[in-house]
Design a protein around this ligand. Structure first.
Ligand code: CA
Length: 230
């Protein structure tokens, strides 16, 4: 069964190899190159599994894993460095599994499969920091079923529109630059055009705004980006 896997790894070659291999297995792959954006993506995108490197910029893998564990049960595989016994012990304290670098892709894929199988037979994920259902006026966003209703009527949402709306709604009043939105929706390595963001915002407005030409929910901040006002 295809799943969404978040890879947090700052080494571009390894990241590319992991992405390639997991996509080949049919998974949707998200990528982050530092601990902070990895944590943010884990919170907003609810991946089914996280592959987390230990040595990462900004926030290291142990820290990310420790924070995640307080909020969710998403399975985590840590990538640790060879011969660092301390790493293994600390890593395993919070992670579900670990592999020691260098590892073979078949080994990693097997571990991913095992963990996903274990996870699917046990629980649903639960983020303590965000509510499963966000209500804003007549808009209701259900992050478990990925459904949105406006005035009790269901809205059709593409996955990226849903992610964009969920990101806005969980950060009401906060301004996002187009680059932040790009990174959030397409991952760290996406070389994108910020107009892609504008297009998605326009689609979203057409669905949730009373008058999409005079948006009140998703407002444009000139020269910066967008903000969700409710
Ligand atoms: Ca690293």
């Amino acid at each position: 069964m295809p799943n969404t896997i978040l890879i947090v790894e700052d080494e571009p070659n390894l990241l590319a190899a992991l992405e390639y291999n997991l996509r080949h297995e049919g998974h949707t792959v998200l990528a982050a190159a530092d601990g902070e954006s990895g944590l943010r993506m884990a919170r907003t995108m609810s991946p089914d599994l996280i592959i987390l490197d230990v040595m990462l910029p900004i926030l290291d893998g142990f820290e990310v894993c420790r924070i995640l564990r307080r909020e969710s049960d998403i399975p985590v595989i840590m990538l640790t460095a060879r011969g660092e016994e301390d790493d293994r012990v600390r890593g395993l304290e919070h992670a579900d599994d670990y592999v020691t670098k260098p590892f073979s892709m078949p080994e990693l894929r097997a571990r991913v499969r095992n963990l996903l199988r274990r996870a699917s037979s046990s629980q649903t994920y639960d983020f303590a920091e965000r509510s499963e259902i966000i209500r804003s006026g007549d808009l209701t966003i259900d992050q478990i079923s990925h459904s949105v209703t406006l005035d009790d009527k269901p809205l059709e949402m593409k996955p990226r529109e849903f992610s964009l709306l969920a990101m806005f709604a969980t950060n009401k009043g906060r301004a996002f630059t187009r680059n932040q939105i790009l990174e959030h929706l397409w991952g760290h390595d996406y070389i994108g055009d910020s107009r892609t963001v504008d297009v998605h915002v326009r689609w979203l407005r057409e669905k949730i705004e009373l008058d999409p030409s005079k948006p009140r929910r998703i407002v444009t901040i000139r020269g910066l980006g967008y903000r969700f006002d409710g």
